[in-house]
Design a protein around this ligand. Structure first.
Ligand SMILES: *[C@@H]1O[C@H](CO)[C@@H](O)[C@H](O)[C@H]1NC(C)=O
Ligand SMILES: *[C@@H]1O[C@H](CO)[C@@H](O)[C@H](O)[C@H]1NC(C)=O
Ligand SMILES: *[C@@H]1O[C@H](CO)[C@@H](O)[C@H](O)[C@H]1NC(C)=O
Ligand SMILES: *[C@@H]1O[C@H](CO)[C@@H](O)[C@H](O)[C@H]1NC(C)=O
Ligand SMILES: *[C@@H]1O[C@H](CO)[C@@H](O)[C@H](O)[C@H]1NC(C)=O
Ligand SMILES: *[C@@H]1O[C@H](CO)[C@@H](O)[C@H](O)[C@H]1NC(C)=O
Ligand SMILES: *[C@@H]1O[C@H](CO)[C@@H](O)[C@H](O)[C@H]1NC(C)=O
Ligand SMILES: *[C@@H]1O[C@H](CO)[C@@H](O)[C@H](O)[C@H]1NC(C)=O
Ligand SMILES: *[C@@H]1O[C@H](CO)[C@@H](O)[C@H](O)[C@H]1NC(C)=O
Ligand SMILES: [Zn+2]
Length: 314
């Protein structure tokens, strides 16, 4: 092994060891009387809890955990798994047909994938992800919501169990190549927004798009894990969070559709923009131990450079 290869290794070594939304609470994102700063009061006690989501993930503080293995996804390749798409007035939500599941990833049992929805800001230039990474907020964030298989999709029971739900979070990042309508899977899904511009509108989804299609390009073995809450009232602390490090890349025209097509009420209501909760106090975060592509790295180069010198001379 030559000195440079060893030195490169030594410079970046992983630190060892180291919507289920509540309709009864009149919360909102857009008004001072009901936006997220008021939730600890209007949606007490859970929104005023101690394990609240989202959080800012400080990559250097993520502890290595050898139990955070790969996931198994069932029916994520099924082109008929999406049932319908709905404007809830707070987000756009896709309800899934029964059969999609996620297991592995140190989850205590398989979880049923129930629905996914998104969070965004105001177009591709005003970010609106919920989690942030070292202070960086992404344009959008996709949440796939899952509940313990043993709870038979009963979300009332799920929110009473500290690990009743598991959420898969994916950041959406803007493509910088001036392309439009990319990727095709998202273009197909986003076309439905024209049919659900008003709150409570729902339209069936024609088979053809899979969950894997939407998650294209993301390495699903690399993620952060922490125990937190729903990010909308009642903010129940019942969620095992998985936030993936890789991002979904989307052209800016598609990102812009969310903030320009959807309205929070009827056709005269304002556009649905800045639909995210701000970050909450930090929580312990863990990640894979032996990743070489992760960002949780420590450079204890002195010791390893000394070792490399020894190796280089031997
Ligand atoms: C939310 O409301 C508070 C007052 O309750 C106000 O100070 C704050 O600016 C509002 N935030 C947003 C993003 O509108
Ligand atoms: C929220 O909890 C803190 C303690 O964690 C408490 O001091 C505060 O009064 C609570 N606020 C509300 C609105 O309940
Ligand atoms: C995963 O495994 C660790 C042990 O390393 C355990 O403490 C943790 O609670 C487990 N559960 C989840 C959901 O990550
Ligand atoms: C969102 O962006 C549009 C276009 O740039 C702007 O007209 C509108 O005022 C913005 N809305 C908010 C709430 O910032
Ligand atoms: C969920 O479980 C609770 C408690 O067992 C029960 O009261 C409720 O009817 C169930 N909900 C559904 C939709 O099955
Ligand atoms: C994107 O378009 C702008 C303006 O039309 C141009 O200056 C830039 O070079 C383009 N970028 C790429 C990667 O094609
Ligand atoms: C969605 O809207 C478009 C035109 O806005 C219409 O052609 C199409 O039939 C609608 N689709 C459904 C499923 O309602
Ligand atoms: C839209 O909703 C507002 C109240 O949110 C109401 O005053 C208005 O009449 C409604 N307009 C239509 C066209 O339904
Ligand atoms: C959507 O449904 C909710 C709950 O029934 C209702 O309060 C709201 O006014 C409806 N929105 C529109 C635009 O009709
Ligand atoms: Zn969400």
């Amino acid at each position: 092994m030559n000195w440079f290869a060893v030195a490169a290794l030594a410079l970046c070594v992983i630190a060892p060891g180291t919507d289920c939304a509540d309709d009864t609470i009149p919360w909102c994102y857009n008004l001072p009387t009901c936006n997220d700063t008021t939730w600890p009061v209007i949606a007490a006690p859970f929104c005023n809890g101690t394990k609240q989501s989202p959080i800012n993930i400080v990559t250097a503080n993520a502890a290595g955990d050898a139990s955070l293995g790969p996931f198994t996804f069932v029916n994520y390749d099924n082109p008929s798994i999406m049932n319908n798409i709905e404007n809830t007035g707070k987000t756009v939500k896709v309800n899934l047909n029964p059969g999609a599941k996620v297991s592995g990833g140190n989850l205590s049992e398989p979880y049923d994938s129930l629905q996914f929805h998104l969070h965004w800001g105001n177009g591709s230039t005003v970010p609106g992800s919920e989690h942030t990474v070292d202070g960086k907020q992404y344009p959008m964030e996709l949440h796939i919501v899952n509940s313990k298989e043993s709870l038979n999709r009963n979300t009332t029971l799920a929110v009473e169990d500290p690990e009743g739900l598991t959420a898969l979070g994916f950041f959406i990042e803007a493509l910088t190549d001036n392309s439009t309508g990319q990727p095709a899977s998202w273009r197909q899904l986003i076309a439905y927004l024209e049919n659900i511009t008003i709150q409570n509108q729902t339209v069936s989804i024609t088979p053809g798009i899979t969950l894997n299609d939407l998650l294209f390009g993301v390495d699903r073995t690399q993620y952060w894990r922490y125990l937190g809450s729903l990010t909308t009232p009642a903010c129940n602390e019942a969620v095992v969070w998985t936030v993936f490090k890789g991002t979904i890349k989307m052209s800016t025209d598609l990102i812009d559709r969310f903030s320009t097509v959807l309205r929070i009420g009827n056709s005269t209501s304002e556009h649905m923009v800045n639909v995210f909760r701000n970050v909450q106090p930090a929580l312990p975060v863990s990640t894979q131990v032996s990743s070489t592509s992760g960002t949780s790295k420590t450079c204890y180069s002195l010791g390893l450079m000394a070792l490399s010198v020894v190796l280089g001379r031997s």
